[in-house]
Design a protein around this ligand. Sequence first.
Ligand code: UD1
Length: 427
Amino acid sequence: MDRIRIRGGNPLKGEIRISGAKNAALPLMATALLTDAEVRLNGVPDLADITTMTNLLAQHGVEVTTRLSGKERSITVCGSNITDTTAPYDLVRKMRASVLVLGPLVARHGQARVSLPGGCAIGTRPVDLHIKGLQQLGAEIDLKEGYIVARAPKGLTGAEVNFPKVSVGATENLLMAATLAKGETNLINAAREPEITDLAKCLIGMGAKIEGLGTDHLRIQGVESLHGTIHPVVADRIEAGTYAMAVAITNGDVELVGAHHDLIASVIATMTQAGVQFTETPRGLRVKRTNGDLLGVDVMTEPFPGFPTDLQAQMMALMTTAQGASMITETIFENRFMHVPELTRMGASINVHGASAMVRGVKRLTGAPVMATDLRASVSLVLAGLVANGDTILNRVYHLDRGYEWLTHKLAACGAEIERLSEGAAE
Ligand code: UD1
């Protein structure tokens, strides 16, 4: 298995191009199941999760074509010949977002059999909201032998779905399903993440009728059918936030090309308090420390527009060497502090009490062999490694391959001493 070696201490300098958002591209790819026509997505990142979605769609009979023009990667999906409506366990267990095929399949093909995702490293992560919402649109759903078996032979019917809890995935599944339901659907207490707005824009480009973009109330008038479109994938705000924290932790100065202030406003507000300066440039955002020191700040994760849970681990890494203390509270997922013991092994001072972690800044971290069990926890260890004394060897690199395109290249191009060690390579 590949590893990453980092020798800490170099400030990042230069520019980093932000990729298209993985979490936008995944539901966008699933729109293939809603139409016979081609949907072309520009700026899809080259990531393991995208490959998993490609394989899943191919299993349903969707034709997926990838093209590279310059540095931009586009994917065209065409669902004119759906041959199978089962999403098998082997693919769903690799990636929870596979459940996003459920709504489109049942809406357009009247049936779907999707494996339950099962256990997950960051908590139990149920799919009850997806199931209840689709039932409200008239789908008959049974749970059989670990599969969600959904049927709507006469199609779905619009309804009011009031989510008891904000869920990104359930909002996306219901939004896609409602575009082809008869009549009006209201999604209330919908998630407002930019990836949902991006999905709504693409669906509108396909002929869907959706109002309330960017709010917690989406109103959808069902249409008979959808057509093809060409859609650019929104920039990855989590990648942008991660690199902003990498720049700040190393006391660097980098322009994040393609980053948007509005997509990470809460992150910018929090990091500004911590002593980091963001300046808008014609191409994106320039990030550097305001006057040298990082200060401890308190952070609580919340649904958008709050501070994203997907940047909690990276923010914690940033706080490990700040002056003073920082209380980091995770409200979205249980059990999302797996990075804590590893950061502690690198010399960080962190105490966890329930859903909160108290980080007391230390003068320096020291490199160590580390590993993590999820994507964001893994990248937080890369950030810590960039500033630690000596070498950090990160194991289980496949987690990073799920969500960070060209991570080692992007960091090395800004002066980081970082390399990927292929299996069997000498250390
Ligand atoms: C998406 C993102 C993930 C991010 C998360 C929260 C994708 C592919 N993944 O995941 O990176 O961390 O949003 O911003 O976009 N819940 C239920 N029942 C459900 C669904 C969710 O109780 O049916 C709970 C979850 O356990 C969690 C909370 O709701 O506690 C939020 O989860 P959700 O927003 O659904 O996350 P995902 O869509 O899985």
